[in-house]
Ligand binder design. Sequence first.
Ligand SMILES: Cc1cc2nc3c(=O)[nH]c(=O)nc-3n(C[C@H](O)[C@H](O)[C@H](O)COP(=O)(O)OP(=O)(O)OC[C@H]3O[C@@H](n4cnc5c(N)ncnc54)[C@H](O)[C@@H]3O)c2cc1C
Length: 491
Amino acid sequence: MRRIIIVGGGIAGLAAAFKIARSAEAGHEVEFVLVEKDPRLGGKIATEQVEGFIVDGGPDCFLTEKPAVHRIAKLMGIFDEELPTDDSRKRTYILSRGRLHDLPDGVMMFAPTKFWPFATTGLFSWPGKIRMGMDLFIKPKKVTGDGLEDETLESFVVRRMGRECLDRLAEPLVGGVHASDPAKMSLAATFPRLLEMEQTYGGMIKGFYAARKKVAEMRKKYPPKPGAKPRTFFTSFETGMQRLTDSMADAAGRDRMRTGVAVTAMSRTVDGWTVDLDDGTRIDGDAVIMATESWAAERLVRPVDPVIGNALAGIEHSSSATVSLAFEESEVGIDMNAFGVLCPLVENRSLMAATLSSTKWPGRAPAGKVLLRGFVGGPHNQAIMAESDNRLAEIVLTELRQVLGVKGDPLFTKVFRWEKGMPQYTMGHLGRVEAIETRSAEVPGLALAGGSYRGVGLPNCVESGERAVSKVLGEWGIALAEDSEEQKRYY
Ligand SMILES: Cc1cc2nc3c(=O)[nH]c(=O)nc-3n(C[C@H](O)[C@H](O)[C@H](O)COP(=O)(O)OP(=O)(O)OC[C@H]3O[C@@H](n4cnc5c(N)ncnc54)[C@H](O)[C@@H]3O)c2cc1C
């Protein structure tokens, strides 16, 4: 029996555990032991039930078009519990020059694909709109012999659509999702499709217009099955995102998981690996999957392989916090028919974004009550993380009053802090990840997984955990035959 030690019980570590458990069920002589330093499994995925409310403190959804979460949800029998957004109330505001504007209909990422909503929006000035329209005429960047050249999100958007588009749309909409600074973000690492789109279609407006047409054609060709839930852009689970990681832990086997104990060191032995834990115990195994944040992995991996350690050290992270606030619907004083508001950096607010959680996700609040969630921190406001939980809640409440006009006092507030919780895919990120992967391919029994490397989205993290298992099992000559069966069950 070969034993794989998994360090970290976030979604990537749990995806690895679930994959190993399925390999064992398929008759392979493999087992795992998972070690998680927190008392709770799930990592950044954290749901709390408070007074009948369902409060997600980390991710509240995943991108529907990516199949990995649907696939494992089906394998675990919780696919029916997936929750689409309530698109009958879909509306997004962007704060601009102190006023709320609707995100114009037809905007995809940061490109308008419908003329009238774009022409009539007050979100942009006329010079700004004309500059955005010039995207139709600006030639694509020349491709050199080395292929598509990477650039920052800022440089790309300003080059194609102008500074106003960056400041008023791309930064809050695209940078905000990654809690990242557009001036540092690598486009090749975060949105490689945009670089390709520019070459294929000649610009963003033409590219996204073609994408919109394609989506409409696909919808016509594959209409939703009768009785099926609508397929919306984002998906969650009825009882919150932690339903996913809880099910993964149950399905993989909680008896093989140790929580509330941290790995403090790891080393190679003659015939395998050993990890030391902070309770003074030690676990021996044949392989290690390091599924922690890259900064936590760096401390443990550096003594084993300084080359990987150096590449890991180059991946920066930023801290952020979410503050959820519950209100009586009769007292909140705002029109709740919207998913939320984005606050661009140029508006100089502490609030980066807010979600009207109980509108976006039916069932998040008891009848007659509503749930809102504010997002603060990010690379431009790390100082706010020094504030106490009470102060963070006060700041978010004040901002919600000023931005959305929220009235009344909250029934309760709930703060979740994510210290160094969001990896920053800065320029050179893909090179660092390739260096990590190339080098770890030469270290038998070592694999790294998680959101720090090839995608922060939950489906990417699942795939990353599974890839780590394939690497290790592949070294032992175990090919995971069931993979192709799983592929067939893709959404
Ligand atoms: C506020 C916020 C909102 C987000 N929203 C979304 C969203 O809506 N949709 C989406 O797709 N993504 C979202 N993301 C990103 C997504 O949540 C993460 O990319 C993903 O959860 C990372 O999973 P992971 O398993 O790689 O890492 P983690 O969840 O960070 O798990 C790593 C685990 O390793 C443990 N660990 C660290 N060191 C040790 C040690 N020495 N010993 C033992 N254990 C250790 C940690 O305690 C942690 O539990 C969001 C992220 C944040 C912070």
